[in-house]
Ligand binder design. Structure first.
Ligand code: DGY
Length: 322
């Protein structure tokens, strides 16, 4: 019996490719280029499954053009690249890669918070540019982190992991807003208090965004929300770009109506709003919150395990549309 055919849209850990090759006919992308949609559709002809990094839009048009496709396994926890109703209508399984990246992503969220509050990147650029003349009292004086109020918008697994770091590691007062309130047990474990969105924006010294990107969360932080924040506050986005109105954020940073921002994700990435490159009080990183070797391997392995379980008839391990 012929083995199912799997397309890998980007290069992934070689040991996971080798594992997949034991079960599937694998077509990979050795140059690791981001294919255009037309290139992807052309390469998907005759393929039974796709392992994607969560960047290719899977919608009705693509599914109609690839009738043999049965499953798309995302190597990411986010699955905003899926048009879920279109996939359900076409009978195509979608899977994501949750849990294995939670702690690593929370570590990075905290690293970005620290770098932003303590102006680490700005001060490093200054030093590399040869501008440092002497120790001085207010040189790159930043914002306090320990003992301040940590606000979290979106309180899923990653939000909770950030809350635990803030409360237990840095003695922060944690407040959060989410579609639903956590159980009293989880709130106690995270030492987190549920507040409405307005109070979250008004009270947070450091606000971390960890919510999924949906039509409802598009521009959840725009000009009106930024205007509610403290002028000393920092905003950290490790969720998805479209959640923040980047043009409004660049204006707020330039006018210093908030103190600083740390952004790992951008509207329309890998392009950035040009104004964000002009303001000094923002730390910019290229969507790397889950990027450690072990975590990326675990994400790839989970995507591979989803493909294997699905084609073995056991059902996907982490389905998103069934
Ligand atoms: C995720 O898993 O969603 C990360 O943002 C990487 O894409």
């Amino acid at each position: 019996m012929s083995r199912p055919k799997i397309l890998l849209s980007r290069a992934i850990a070689p040991e996971v490719v080798a594992h997949l090759a034991q079960h599937f006919e694998v077509q990979s992308n050795p140059q690791d280029v981001q294919w255009t949609r037309a290139e992807l559709i052309a390469r998907l002809q005759g393929q039974d499954g796709l392992l994607d990094t969560g960047t290719q839009r899977i919608d009705a048009d693509l599914l109609a053009a690839c009738p043999q496709l049965k499953i798309v396994a995302n190597l990411s926890v986010g699955f905003n690249n899926f048009d879920v109703p279109a996939m359900v209508a076409a009978g195509v399984q979608g899977t994501n890669a949750p849990d294995v990246l939670t702690e690593t992503t929370a570590d990075f969220g905290f690293a970005l918070l620290m770098a932003t509050a303590r102006r680490i990147c700005e001060s490093e650029h200054y030093l590399r540019a040869g501008k440092w003349q002497s120790w001085s009292h207010d040189l790159f004086a930043g914002a306090e982190v320990h003992g301040t109020t940590l606000g979290i918008l979106g309180m899923g697994r990653i939000g909770q992991a950030i809350a635990r770091r803030g409360a237990h590691g840095f003695g922060m007062k944690v407040i959060y807003h989410n579609r639903s309130q956590l159980t009293p047990e989880l709130e106690a474990e995270c030492k987190a208090r549920y507040v409405d969105k307005q109070e979250l924006l008004r009270s947070a010294d450091h606000l971390v965004l960890v919510l999924p990107y949906t039509a409802q969360s598009h521009h959840a932080v725009g000009a009106a929300e930024l205007a509610l924040m403290k002028p000393t506050a920092t905003l950290i986005n490790i969720a998805r770009g479209g959640i923040v109105d980047d043009a409004a954020l660049a204006r707020a940073l330039r006018a210093r109506t908030i103190a600083a921002a740390g952004l790992d994700v951008f509207e329309g990435e890998p392009s950035l709003h040009p104004d964000l490159l002009e303001v000094p009080n923002v730390v910019l990183t290229p969507h790397i919150a889950s990027a450690t070797g072990p975590t990326r391997r675990a994400m790839a392995q989970l995507a591979a395990d989803n493909l294997q379980a699905f084609f073995a008839g056991e059902g996907a391990l982490t389905p998103v549309n069934t």
